[in-house]
Design a protein around this ligand. Structure first.
Ligand SMILES: [Zn+2]
Length: 331
């Protein structure tokens, strides 16, 4: 059993309070490997931003939970080495689905966990979330709950349709569970195909324009629980220039579409203080690697293609921090 404080990590409490007061949001970036972790830390240090390192169930299976925890510990030391005196780094479990999983992450040094009971009945979601909160708070670990279901596919989390968060439930859910933050469903979704073409319109160039997020639901939630930290999952924007590079060099990403960055920027100025971005990072790495392979068919050293992929990822993350979430210079 190790407490995250011994590893130099922080929980999300102070971070979220400052983000709401300062009208910005913190990026939660997922990582499965060293290059992603390096890109996240480099971007956070260069922009002087707090950041959330996020571990999904897919990442735990791919990379091993213990290894990921040590990498997060390494991330803190790496940030210091890069010149950040007091790194503000959260290690967060994304979409925890059982009490046992959340407990195991808390026991091995995670500073924050999500318990996603959104696929259960309302009462079962409350019971499960409350149980995790009671355990986590003994160790000052913060807990994110979820009300409403996002459409899309992300690792093992998938749903065909949105179930928007019902604002009339949030006061009851938050007070009975004791959660520290709440993920809500207002039209964001997991994956790189967030909407079907039928749900969108097309502009003059044939680019899909998605339906807008349900800011009316967000506003109603904020009215019910003023100043309470809200989280948005599935908030990649699926940059069309990167998708075009992928498709130019042999890829086949069809009708990919994300959440326009202006809408996320608007959300970041509200009580939304954590925004999850995963697919965009995958797309940035893949575009860089496909381009490299197409142009340098004789090269075979993984560092030669993972290096540019890491660079492209870092550039994307810095852009998100500075121009979309607004968390630069807040660490
Ligand atoms: Zn999610």
């Amino acid at each position: 059993m190790v407490n995250y404080k011994e590893l130099g990590l922080v929980n999300s409490r102070e971070m979220f309070k400052k983000a709401i007061d300062g009208k910005y949001a913190i990026a939660a970036f997922n990582f499965n490997n060293m290059e992603q972790m390096q890109a996240i830390v480099q971007a956070a240090v260069e922009t002087k931003s707090p950041v959330i390192l996020q571990v999904s169930s897919g990442a735990r299976k791919y990379a091993n939970q213990t290894l990921l925890r040590y990498m997060a510990q390494g991330a803190v030391e790496y940030a210091k080495e890069l010149g950040m005196e007091k790194p503000q780094i959260v290690l967060h479990l994304d979409h925890g689905d059982t009490f046992e999983l959340c407990k195991s992450c808390i026991d091995m040094g995670f500073s924050s966990v999500m318990i996603d009971g959104s696929h259960h009945s309302y009462e079962d979601n409350i019971a499960l979330t409350k149980k995790v909160v009671e355990y986590a708070h003994q160790f000052d670990v913060t807990v994110e709950g979820e009300l409403g279901v996002l459409a899309g596919v992300e690792d093992e989390v998938s749903a065909e349709h949105h179930t928007y968060t019902r604002p009339e439930e949030v006061v009851d859910f938050v007070s009975r569970t004791g959660v520290d933050s709440l993920a809500i469903s207002i039209g964001t979704s997991h994956g790189a195909n967030k909407f079907t073409p039928a749900q969108c319109t097309r502009d003059a160039n044939g680019i899909l324009i998605p339906p807008p997020l349900r800011f009316d639901i967000l506003e109603e939630v904020e009215k019910q629980i003023p100043g309470f930290p809200i989280v948005l999952h599935g908030s990649s924007s699926v940059p069309q220039d990167l998708v075009a590079i992928i498709n130019k060099y042999g890829g086949a990403m069809k009708d990919s579409i994300g959440i326009p960055e202006e809408q996320l920027r608007k959300a970041a100025t509200s009580a939304v203080c954590k925004i999850n971005i995963d697919s965009d990072g995958r797309i940035a790495m893949t575009a860089a690697i496909r381009e490299f392979f197409a142009n340098e068919p004789s090269k075979f050293d993984p560092r030669q293609y993972l290096g540019p992929a890491r660079e492209s990822l870092k550039k994307l993350y810095m852009h998100k921090i500075v121009s979309v979430l607004g968390s630069a210079d807040k660490a």
